[in-house]
Design a protein around this ligand. Structure first.
Ligand code: PXP
Length: 244
C-alpha cells in the first residue's frame, strides 16, 4: 500500500512570520491525519527557522506516526534520540539554503553515519537516508544500516516544472533504476521533494516506491481550498493509483 507523509514545516514557517502561536503545526497535523495521510513529517532545522523543539515533542505525543527529518549534527541527534519518533530521515543541511538541496553524501561519511544509525536502531527508530537516485549512495545507505532510502525527486520536479520532457524523463529513469536497486538490497524506497499533484503521476507508476513525503504543494493548495481538502486530494491520487 502506497503511503503519504505530509510535511508540516510550512505551517510553522507561517507562524514564525509573526513569532506567535498560530497557525499551529500540531493542529495542522491532526487535520492531515483526519484527511487520511499515513504519517506526519517535520524538519527540526539547526537554525530553528520553522519547526521549534516544542513542536516536535508535541507532534510525537499527538500524531500516529512521526517522521523527523534531521541533520546529523550532535545537537539534533541528541534531541531526536530524546523524542524517539517512529522514523528519522537523515538529510544534509546548509544554513543558507531555502530548502534541502541535494541528497546526503552517505558514501563519503559512512563511518560517522554507521554510528548515528546504530544509536537510532538501538531505540527501534527506523532510519531512512535522503539520497540522490544514485547506486553508490544507496549501496552506502545499506552498509550504514539504514532500513530505507528516500530518493530526492527535486531535480525531476524542476525539469517537470520547466516542461523539459527529455530532462524529466531522464531523471525519472534514474529514479526507476535507483528504486529497483534499493529493493534488491532489501531497503524500503521512499520519494520526496518538489512533488505535486501533477508530477507525482509518473512517479506513482514505479511499483517499488511505497512512501511519498510531500509538503510545499499541499500546504500551498490548502491556502485556497483548506488543508483537509488539499491532503485528501493527494491521498486519493496516491491510493487510487493502486487500483487496477
Ligand atoms: N523529503 C525531504 C527529505 C525534505 O527535506 C523535504 C523538504 O522539507 C520534503 C521531503 C518535502 O519537500 P516539499 O516541501 O518540496 O514537498
Amino acid at each position: 500500500m502506497k503511503k503519504l507523509g505530509v510535511n508540516v514545516d510550512h505551517i510553522a514557517t507561517l507562524r514564525q512570520a509573526r513569532k506567535g502561536r498560530f497557525p499551529d503545526p500540531v493542529i495542522a497535523a491532526g487535520i492531515c491525519e483526519i484527511a487520511g495521510c499515513d504519517s506526519i513529517v517535520c524538519h527540526l532545522r539547526e537554525d530553528r527557522r520553522h519547526i521549534q523543539d516544542r513542536d516536535v515533542f508535541a507532534l510525537k505525543n499527538t500524531v500516529r506516526r512521526l517522521n523527523l527529518e534531521m541533520a546529523t549534527s550532535e545537537e539534533i541527534v541528541r534531541i531526536a534520540l530524546d523524542i524517539c519518533p517512529a522514523q528519522v530521515t537523515l538529510v544534509p543541511e546548509k544554513r543558507q539554503e531555502l530548502t534541502t538541496e541535494g541528497g546526503l553524501d552517505v558514501s563519503g561519511n559512512i563511518e560517522k553515519l554507521k554510528d548515528i544509525v546504530k544509536k537510532f536502531r538501538d531505540k527501534n527508530i527506523e532510519v531512512s537516508m535522503f539520497v540522490e537516485p544514485d547506486i553508490e549512495q544507496i549501496e552506502a545507505s545499506k552498509e550504514a544500516g539504514a532500513c530505507a532510502v528516500e530518493l530526492h525527486t527535486g531535480r525531476y520536479a524542476e525539469f517537470f516544472e520547466k516542461d523539459d520532457e527529455d530532462a524529466w524523463k531522464n531523471e525519472l529513469g534514474k529514479i526507476v533504476k535507483a528504486s529497483e536497486f534499493g529493493i534488491s538490497k532489501g531497503l524500503k524506497v521512499h520519494a520526496g521533494h518538489g512533488l505535486d499533484y501533477r508530477n507525482i503521476l509518473p512517479i506513482l507508476k514505479i511499483p517499488q516506491i511505497e512512501e511519498f513525503n510531500i509538503g510545499y504543494s499541499i500546504i500551498c493548495k490548502s491556502v485556497f481550498v483548506g488543508l483537509h481538502s488539499a491532503v485528501k486530494e493527494m491521498v486519493d491520487i496516491i491510493k487510487n493509483s493502486e487500483k487496477p
